[in-house]
Design a protein. Structure first.
Length: 228
């Protein structure tokens, strides 16, 4: 009888302590959710070069005094990624009071001239800016260049598979069609690439071929290369 009463008293104390813990936890959660206790005090932005910090902060749209628990970080990242020069964006909570934003910017792989200036195109074929051309970015020469043009997309596809050592030498990409693409090198030589097919095989044979004497190096058929 005595041991049963003692057990009942112990269980009752444990139940009371559990109830008290739940009440305290609930109070803390309510305090954190509805009050400025966990509001944002610091915004840390990493990865910016071409995009301004002000542009990113404007897209974050962080309400003053709002708890971090109520921040929709997915929506915030989506808005930042909507900036034309931004490729991807990630927004994280860093308790107790910091929002961390990690940005990956678009990098131009070529450009084409338009009436309004140089149009920059990234490695996914996205036309993302009209501004002065960065040093070393090849110029695209094609009939109707644009981010939605299949020939422009094919030219970007060729650049994606080129060895880095060759990319650094390309001054112009001449794209007459999706199957007729050539690379004008800065030293005056020309690489006839053809289409985007067999890109990896062409990338393997082109650098050894360029060690030979000549001005025109044809790898459009990578199993039967020619030099003129």
């Amino acid at each position: 009888m005595g041991s049963g009463l003692a057990r009942w008293r112990l269980d009752r104390r444990l139940w009371l302590f559990s109830l008290l813990g739940v009440c305290v936890l609930t109070a803390v959660m309510v305090l954190a959710w509805f009050t400025p206790t966990l509001s944002v005090r610091t915004v840390r932005i990493d990865g910016l070069t071409a995009v301004s910090e002000e542009a990113v902060r404007e897209q974050l749209q962080i309400p003053a005094g709002t708890s971090m628990l109520r921040m929709d970080t997915t929506a915030m990242a989506r808005r930042v990624a909507g900036i034309p020069k931004v490729h991807t964006a990630r927004v994280q909570r860093m308790f107790p009071s910091t929002i961390k934003v990690t940005v990956s910017e678009r990098v131009p792989v070529l450009y084409f001239d338009g009436p309004d200036g140089a149009h920059l195109v990234d490695g996914e074929g996205i036309e993302f800016a009209v501004e002065p051309t960065p040093i070393g970015v090849p110029k695209l020469l094609t009939e109707r260049p644009s981010g939605s043009d299949p020939v422009t997309d094919a030219a970007v596809g060729v650049l994606r598979v080129l060895p880095p050592a060759l990319v650094a030498q390309v001054g112009e990409v001449v794209a007459r069609s999706i199957s007729d693409i050539s690379l004008n090198l800065t030293d005056g030589r020309t690489v006839v690439w053809g289409g985007t097919n067999d890109g990896e095989r062409k990338a393997q044979v082109v650098l050894p071929l360029l060690t030979r004497e000549g001005t025109v190096f044809d790898v459009s058929s990578p199993n039967l290369v020619t030099v003129k």
